[in-house]
Design a protein around this ligand. Structure first.
Ligand SMILES: [Zn+2]
Length: 259
């Protein structure tokens, strides 16, 4: 059984059975981006439609720019998994998910081809035009599941998406940035500065309790932040550039019109 695609950009409907009604009605307010993380994109599409695998996404964008829709936007697809953002753990109920064909970090992590990124940008713009999704809720899978996921990864062109009106992003502070307070924090550190940093990540939405210890979870959250917002060096160390970029992002979000 097929369905009418939500977007005129859809080249092909390949229905996935792995979906159901959303928790709070048909509307989504998060756009979640992934890579498929499999060697073959055809195998990824088959898995996303396999009732035994129980996974799915609303859309998949192939390397050549072909756009597939698997689940109607009004329904809940299965792409987020165990996740957290800003107090909510059922991200599938609130999100539209796009799987972008790329083998991912386990298989050499090739660059995203330009025509694939053009198709992703067009599709995101189309989804944002039809749904009320605030810029700060265009998220990476790694943002909402930092202990498990790295996708879509540091090669994903978030800056280019932002320039196309998609998501919230600020120009990362340079790596050599030494502005105050620039004391680098890393795993093993503890105290007030670590607690302040943890509060800032949690204020943005990351699932990070404030305990004042730069523990393993703090390191993975810093890594997730870097994958999305400061991709030049992804090492889980809260250097001056990372801290400054995080504060700039919080300031940019505070400037957004209230929706
Ligand atoms: Zn993912």
């Amino acid at each position: 059984m097929s369905f009418k695609p939500n977007s005129s950009l859809v080249d092909r409907v390949v229905r996935s059975p792995n979906c159901e009604a959303r928790r709070d009605g048909p509307r989504a307010d998060i756009l979640l981006l992934h890579y498929t993380g499999m060697q073959s994109s055809q195998a990824a599409l088959e898995r996303l439609c396999d009732p035994i695998a129980k996974v799915s996404a609303h859309y998949m964008v192939f390397e050549d720019g072909e756009v597939i829709q698997m689940v109607p936007e009004a329904l809940r697809a299965h792409h987020a998994g165990v996740s957290f953002w800003a107090g909510d753990t059922d991200i599938n109920s609130r999100s539209i998910g796009i799987e972008i064909a790329n083998p991912g970090h386990d298989w050499g992590y090739p660059d995203y081809p330009d025509h694939q990124m053009s198709a992703v940008i067009e599709l995101c713009r189309d989804i944002l035009a039809r749904n009320v999704i605030p810029p700060e809720l265009v998220l990476a899978h790694s943002d909402i599941a930092p202990t498990r996921k790295q996708d879509p990864g540091e090669k994903f062109p978030w800056a280019k998406l932002y320039e196309s009106g998609i998501g919230l992003w600020v120009k990362p502070a340079p790596l050599a940035f030494e502005g105050a307070p620039s004391k680098w924090l890393r795993q093993g550190d503890n105290g007030e500065a670590v607690a302040t940093l943890q509060k800032q990540f949690a204020a943005y939405g990351y699932g990070l309790p404030t305990n004042g210890d730069y523990d393993a979870l703090t390191k993975v959250v810093v890594t997730a932040f870097q994958l999305h917002f400061r991709p030049e060096r992804v090492d889980g160390v809260a250097d001056g550039s990372t801290q400054t970029t995080l504060r700039a992002l919080l300031a940019a979000r505070a400037m957004l019109p209230k929706s």
